[in-house]
Write a protein that binds this ligand. Structure first.
Ligand code: PNS
Length: 164
């Protein structure tokens, strides 16, 4: 059983994340999408809401994918579940330096797991949760960026409706 962990903030999950998770589910026997709680960030959605949104968009489509939440060192979680890989999406060269640093640190902390980078699909190159949130805050159309099941929830939460 080859287990992979797909970690992230997922605040909220985007079509870009979903693409990476879907492809990871074909490469590994079991994939855990891990909502990591980062005390340094101020999220728009609680960890429970983020987990629920990911579960909703995955539905019954990916039977070998599960969703969990965690606060702590990713390398510890990966060791505890016996995962062999951490799967991350790479959008652009600008992602690389930070991701490379994290991959090396995680390898040092847990030599049993490797970080696997999947290149993002070209239509998701520019996509990020923070970009989607900015657009939503000003009432912009976010339906191309998010799985359809969560568009209304995200727009309803973030739209300030005070544009003049
Ligand atoms: O979606 P994000 O915010 O880019 O995800 C970053 C995340 C959650 C993968 C990263 O912050 C993380 O792994 N945090 C857990 C704490 C940890 O292990 N830090 C050291 C990484 S080397």
């Amino acid at each position: 059983m080859r287990i992979a962990v797909c970690p992230g903030s997922f605040d909220p999950v985007t079509k870009g994340h979903l693409d990476i998770v879907t492809r990871a589910s074909k490469l590994f026997d079991r994939v855990i999408v891990l909502v990591v709680i980062n005390a340094a960030k101020t999220p728009s959605f609680t960890p429970e809401e983020r987990v629920a949104m990911i579960r909703e968009v995955i539905g019954d489509d990916l039977p070998n994918v599960e969703v969990d939440t965690f606060s702590g060192l990713l390398a510890d979680y990966v060791r505890n579940v016996g995962a062999v890989a951490i799967v991350k999406g790479l959008r652009a060269v600008s992602d690389f330096e930070y991701e490379f640093q994290m991959a090396l640190a995680n390898k040092k902390l847990n030599p049993a797991a490797d970080t696997v980078f999947l290149t993002t699909a070209s239509q998701n190159m520019y996509l990020s949760s923070s970009l989607v949130k900015q657009i939503a805050q000003f009432g912009g159309d976010i339906s191309d960026f998010l799985p359809p099941q969560i568009v209304d929830k995200v727009a309803g939460r973030l739209c300030k409706k005070e544009i003049q």
